[in-house]
Ligand binder design. Structure first.
Ligand code: LLP
Length: 425
């Protein structure tokens, strides 16, 4: 739950604001972001990784206000598309602190990145190296590039979000020699400045050994590059993926411990080989915005399926939170608008979409007197919920409201029926 959440008069409050007032004023479903929580996590990462760069991964949740918070807290930004880049630039985020990612960046995205002068471009294929070299020459610029390396580390997370084994679409493999070949090709192009290597092993990772193995392998590759080409690359980007707690017994890694371990490993490998210690970058997304966000829903129907469980239908679902359907993600929920002494009943919180996989919270105990009109809050929805939201069944995307110091304000307007019809001929 967000750091500022508490109970007042029986109702959940976040940032000093009663969720009943939020529902009344802005409607449901509603994404609520605890500004103090998110900004304190930005600062915690900056502190733990002092001397390194922290680039928030915008894919987790990006909007103009989040970009303003990043600027105020001094973080960098990782973008994965021209759209994410446009959000950042729209409020004056410095391009030099932006890294562009993607396994299939379009020509337009690459050109735009070069024109505005993004700080780093992480290349992901041989075609892209050639394309980027060509555009850079045309525009007469020399971008800083990194090679995305597939380190072969087994990350313990859902298959769809593990990215360091060879058999997936991202990166250039360390094992097959593709990464070394990419380095050779970039060094041969005068318009590309190779500054380092990048690795992202996956997301929602709580076993931190994988990060350490990946850092070790990247640092070792730096040494090999020095030996083979006589080139000292000054940077390593270790990606993101730090897991957060979704349900009560989830254990999460301590970021200070990870930061120290990563620094130590890289230092050890480099100094023992006479290499200067490279500047590190990390790219946390979920760990910054995940815990501080909740989703508020209103209960519409309560259906008891005799002998099995109770189905509690809320006014959103897989369109505002696709993660349960996509990854079998687990969430926790509470009755947020009042306290109840009623006995717990095994419940499944489901949405209003036309499929049975439209589940928000798979199994959870909720009070047996739960009734239409009650508000449910689902925890830790700040990351990858609004950003993965869809208009399935023509549901409008909910608003995002930021709360702090007893005040609430809309940071992303909720969609209306007009928004849904816009663009149709
Ligand atoms: N850097 C790169 C290159 C990435 O691909 C990602 C996430 C991150 C950083 C940030 O990872 P984080 O710290 O947020 O774990 N939709 C999925 C997660 C997809 C993650 C994609 N890449 C989910 O909802 O679990």
């Amino acid at each position: 739950w967000p750091r500022t959440s508490t109970r007042t008069d029986g109702a959940l409050t976040i940032g000093g604001v009663d969720v009943r007032d939020l529902a009344e004023e802005y409607g449901t479903p509603l994404y609520v972001v605890d500004e103090d929580d998110v900004r304190s996590r930005m600062r915690e990462y900056a502190t733990a990784f002092a001397g390194s760069d922290v680039h928030y991964a915008g894919k987790a949740f990006l909007c103009k206000e989040i970009v303003r918070w990043l600027m105020a807290e001094g973080l960098g930004l990782d973008v994965a598309s021209g759209g994410e880049l446009a959000v950042a630039l729209s409020v004056g985020f410095p391009p030099s602190r932006i890294t562009l990612h993607g396994n299939n960046k379009s020509a337009a995205e690459l050109r735009r990145a070069l024109e505005v002068g993004v700080g780093h471009i992480v290349v992901d294929s041989f075609e892209e190296i050639a394309r980027l070299g060509y555009f850079a020459e045309q525009l007469d610029v020399r971008p800083k590039v990194m090679v995305r390396v597939t380190t072969g580390v087994e990350a313990h997370t859902h298959e769809f979000i593990a990215t360091a084994h060879d058999d997936q679409k991202f990166g250039l493999s360390l094992n097959t020699g593709a990464a070394a070949e990419a380095v050779r090709r970039i060094l041969a192009l005068p318009h590309l400045e190779l500054v380092g290597l990048h690795s992202h092993i996956g997301s929602q990772i709580v076993d931190t050994a994988g990060f350490e193995v990946a850092a070790n392998r990247l640092a070792t590759l730096l040494v090999r590059i020095k030996d083979e080409h006589g080139v000292v690359l000054p940077e390593l980007d270790l990606g993101g993926g730090y897991g957060i707690a979704y349900v009560d017994d989830d254990e999460v890694p301590d970021i200070k411990v990870i930061a120290d371990a990563l620094r130590e490993i890289v230092e050890k490998v480099c100094t023992s080989s006479g290499l200067p210690v490279p500047r590190l970058t990390v790219e946390p997304g979920r760990a910054i915005v995940g815990p501080g966000g909740i989703t508020l829903y209103e209960v519409g129907t309560v259906k008891d399926v005799e002998g099995l469980r109770t189905y509690v239908s809320v006014d959103g679902g897989m369109s505002d939170n696709a993660r349960t359907a996509l990854y079998g993600a687990e969430y926790t929920t509470v009755l947020a608008s009042r306290v109840s002494e009623a006995a717990p009943m095994l419940s499944r919180v489901v949405g209003k979409h036309c499929e049975s996989g439209d589940i928000v919270v798979r199994d959870h105990y909720l009070p047996a007197d739960l009734a239409p009109g009650d508000l449910l809050a689902v925890a830790a929805t700040g990351a990858y919920c609004r950003s993965l939201a869809s208009n399935y069944n023509y549901l409008p995307k909910p608003a995002v409201v930021a709360v702090s110091g007893g005040k609430a304000r809309v940071i992303v307007r909720g969609e209306t029926e007009d928004d849904l019809l816009r663009g149709q001929l």
